[in-house]
Design a protein. Structure first.
Ligand code: HEC
Length: 146
């Protein structure tokens, strides 16, 4: 019985590898207008690139395990949901009011320690306190500049 279940699970695991997942892989990470518009300096850009753009831009740097189903389904769900809420690659299409609101949300998410998602932090690490502060200061200054 156990052997049969084992075989069935193996067949399912192999089978789901063929299910197509829509990857978030544009040729370039399109963040130029966002960087200019929010005056994100290189430090801010580096932190966002390391901890946020994977789920909030048009290009995810997929680690190898992200290619293996069912992990790929789960990661892509996070990416799709993340982008739906906030897409830095789509920044130029946001109206000023929306930009401000998104940056306010960003401050809130960081102050409440909600981003990056916990599951992401396991392998990518959390923001350090100084990184968190840098992002919050930049976001607040940008909100005031609009
Ligand atoms: C593993 C994917 C992932 C990573 C990495 C990630 N996010 Fe998110 N983010 C999400 C998802 C999913 C949501 C929507 C659900 C929620 O709010 O929990 C979200 C929501 C948000 C929102 C709320 C937007 C709104 O208007 O509701 C902000 C702001 C945000 N993220 C900022 C960040 C920042 C800043 C970082 C980096 C420090 C980051 N996120 C990293 C997946 C991610």
């Amino acid at each position: 019985m156990l052997k049969k279940i084992g075989i069935a699970v193996a067949i399912i695991l192999v089978g789901i590898q063929f299910v197509k997942v829509d990857k978030n892989e544009a040729a370039i990470r399109d963040i130029d207008s966002f960087v200019i518009d929010t005056k994100a300096n290189i430090e801010v850009q580096n932190i966002l690139a390391a901890k946020c753009f994977d789920c909030h831009s048009n290009k995810t740097a997929y680690p190898w395990y992200a290619k293996v189903a069912p992990v790929s389904f789960w990661i892509n769900h996070h990416v799709e949901e993340g982008k739906e809420h906030l897409d830095f690659s789509n920044w130029s299409n946001y109206k000023t009011k929306r930009k401000k609101h998104k940056l306010e949300e960003l401050v809130e998410e960081l102050e409440e320690d909600k981003m990056p998602l916990e599951s992401y932090e396991i392998l990518h690490g959390d923001l350090t306190e100084s990184e968190q502060k840098l992002l919050i200061d930049w976001a607040k200054a940008t909100i005031l500049s609009y």
